[in-house]
Design a binder for this molecule. Structure first.
Ligand code: ADP
Length: 311
């Protein structure tokens, strides 16, 4: 999905942010990018989002060589990427609901799509009951969960998180990473830049380490400390109103089913069996990852419907 090939970035002031960096990230991976402040982590992210161009070498995303990408295609590329920032970057004058909805508005989603999808995603991050709150009324952990909801709302193939736990206490930091892991398990590639060593140890994912612009380590299941604390990620599931989320998902499945019945009998039969399967699974409680995967499917269906309407 992403490849850096002999990539170098020297800023106009002479600062060498990346030196001959080579790595490949496959679709569906979860990768930490670590390193001290100034190591080049943000530059690496900015090269992927086309905010900067490499001075040598190439960056490839989904088979596109980014430095050759026409300027007019950059917004299209960015729609495939969800961003999470250390300082949350929420719009203070908008509510939680409006902050997340805004990310759908700017990519041209319809009001109906927004109305269906935003409550579902807020349920996933455990913030349905904060939909009408303003950012100033949220804790840091809650604000970052809005950041996660906003990043996943358009069903991106890739999430780039730049120090997402930098302003959070360890418990909230863990909760955010647990959410990212669930989103990753539902199929989204995640790159998480951090210098939070304890969280990297805990997650045991692939680690890319930068040191003054040089990629000094590319390790599967990277671990930092000698003593790994064996414990489960302790994401507060009770925050999430599971029944409410299930209801929203099943409502949407039924809605989709009705639309399909009108147009495509074959597909509606498939959805129906999916609902039956879901009802069966419901007794065993779907994992959050499964719910997210289901929402991704719904979002794709909705896009398809729109596409067909327009064409
Ligand atoms: P990190 O995110 O790991 O802290 P950065 O990618 O922000 O690292 O920075 C890497 C190096 O590039 C640093 O030496 C920094 O001073 C320099 N740098 C980053 N952005 C710019 C810029 N816009 N102009 C000039 N130098 C920059």
């Amino acid at each position: 999905m992403i490849e850096f090939r002999n990539t170098e970035k020297v800023y106009p002031n002479g600062a060498k942010a990346l030196k001959d960096v080579n790595f490949k990230i496959e679709s569906g991976e979860f990768v930490f990018c670590i390193g001290e402040s100034g190591a080049g982590k943000s530059t690496l992210i900015r090269l992927i989002t086309c905010e900067e161009k490499p001075t040598k070498g190439t960056v490839i995303l989904d088979n596109f060589e980014l430095s050759r990408l026409q300027k007019r295609l950059i917004p299209t590329l960015r729609r495939k990427i969800g961003m999470i920032f250390q300082d949350f970057r929420l719009i203070d004058s908008k509510t939680v609901y409006e902050n997340v909805a805004f990310a759908m508005e700017i990519v041209g989603s319809s009001k109906a799509q927004i109305k269906r999808r935003v409550p579902m995603v807020l349920s996933v991050v455990g913030l349905r009951n904060k939909a009408d709150s303003y950012p100033s009324e949220l804790s840091g952990g809650e604000a970052q969960r809005v950041g996660v909801a906003r990043a996943m709302i358009n069903n991106p193939g890739l999430i780039l998180a730049d120090e997402p736990t930098g302003n959070l206490d360890p418990i909230n930091g863990e909760a955010i990473l647990a959410l990212l892991e669930e989103i990753n398990q539902a199929g989204t590639t995640v790159i998480c830049c951090t210098h939070d060593v304890s969280l990297v140890d805990l997650m045991q994912k692939r680690v890319l380490e930068l040191d003054r612009g040089v990629l000094v380590r590319d390790e599967e299941c990277g671990v930092y400390s000698d003593c790994i604390v064996e414990r489960e990620l302790n994401f507060e599931r009770s925050d999430i109103d599971i029944a409410e989320l299930d209801e929203a998902i099943f409502d949407n499945l039924r809605y989709e089913e009705r639309k399909r019945l009108a147009r495509r009998e074959k597909q509606s039969a498939e959805i129906k069996s999916m609902i039956d399967e879901d009802r069966r699974k419901r007794r065993n409680r779907l994992s959050l990852a499964e719910r997210i995967a289901k929402m991704r499917m719904l979002a794709e269906d909705i896009d398809l419907d729109d596409y067909e309407k327009r064409n």
